[in-house]
Design a protein around this ligand. Structure first.
Ligand code: IPE
Ligand code: IPE
Ligand code: MG
Length: 253
């Protein structure tokens, strides 16, 4: 790892919402001839460095992809091990999160999770509801297509009951029925472990997100790696459909 000091970034240039696809725990473990669950355990430790970094720099929203709806297809032993680990990680770190004024939220189907995960998570969500240093959003049993499907069902019900006219369905009425409603769109999505795909993570909300792919496996994702990803974000030219000249008027001849 480099010994260079961490670059400081002008707060105005930081993303307002970072999403992280925490990938590569299995490969990290395989490379060390360790069980996959050991990779997940080591990966879980990395979460709190990123949380601290966000709070210290004033990034207000962090969404972590912890378990996708597709991850149920993994061997039962791994799925159960992940859930037990998740419960333990929450228990071991809740007081620290509350002390740092973190507000916990979950997106995804929490109701379908086993009680030993669902109950403590709901308690933590309630206990942290007044906190405002950081929205820590855990995407758990989450899939963007499932989220959109639920939003479409709610819209259909509202149209059927006369609450909404079909012609009034617009992006705003869709967005307000997504689970991320009220949060700014992620402006930076980081994926560790080198894979260049979104794997059903925040597909609609990421329409204009900058995507930074990091080679390191998630258990090796340090504060320095996070800072480097933030720095990369500041170098991107975000155009939102416009021309370079519109974004940087000084380029006009
Ligand atoms: C990410 O690491 C954690 C979860 C998906 C729960 P992986 O377990 O996907 O690690 P790789 O991709 O197999 O290395
Ligand atoms: C995405 O990683 C899900 C999480 C990080 C929780 P996966 O490892 O499940 O994604 P794929 O299967 O490689 O696309
Ligand atoms: Mg993976």
């Amino acid at each position: 790892m480099s010994t260079e000091p961490l670059p400081t970034i002008n707060p105005a240039d930081l993303p307002k919402h970072v999403g992280i696809i925490m990938d590569g725990n299995g490969r990290w473990a395989s490379a060390r001839k360790l069980p996959r669950l050991e990779g997940h355990r080591r990966g879980a430790e990395r979460i709190f460095d990123v949380v601290d970094s966000c709070i210290d720099q004033g990034i207000k929203n962090l969404t972590l992809f912890a378990f996708s709806v597709e991850n149920w297809k993994r061997p039962e032993e791994e799925v159960n091990g992940l859930f037990k680990l998740g419960e333990w990680v929450l228990r071991a770190n809740l007081s620290r999160l509350l002390k740092r004024k973190v507000r916990l939220r979950v997106i995804g189907d929490l109701e379908a999770m086993p009680d030993f995960v669902k109950i403590p998570l709901k308690e933590a969500i309630a206990a942290s509801a007044e906190n405002d240093a950081l929205n820590l959003i855990v995407a758990l049993n989450y899939g963007a297509r499932q989220e959109v499907t639920l939003a479409a069902q709610k819209l259909a019900q509202d149209v059927a009951s006369g609450k909404l006219k079909p012609e009034d369905v617009n992006w705003q009425s869709i967005e307000s029925r997504l689970q991320t409603s009220g949060l700014p769109d992620p402006d930076l999505i980081i994926r560790t472990s080198g894979e260049s795909r979104l794997s059903n993570f925040l597909l609609l909300q990421s329409a204009y997100a900058e995507i930074v792919i990091v080679k390191a496996h998630w258990p090796d994702f340090t504060k320095e790696e996070f800072q480097a990803a933030l720095l990369e974000f500041t170098k991107r030219e975000r155009r939102f459909g416009m021309t370079r000249e519109q974004i940087q008027p000084t380029l006009k001849s």
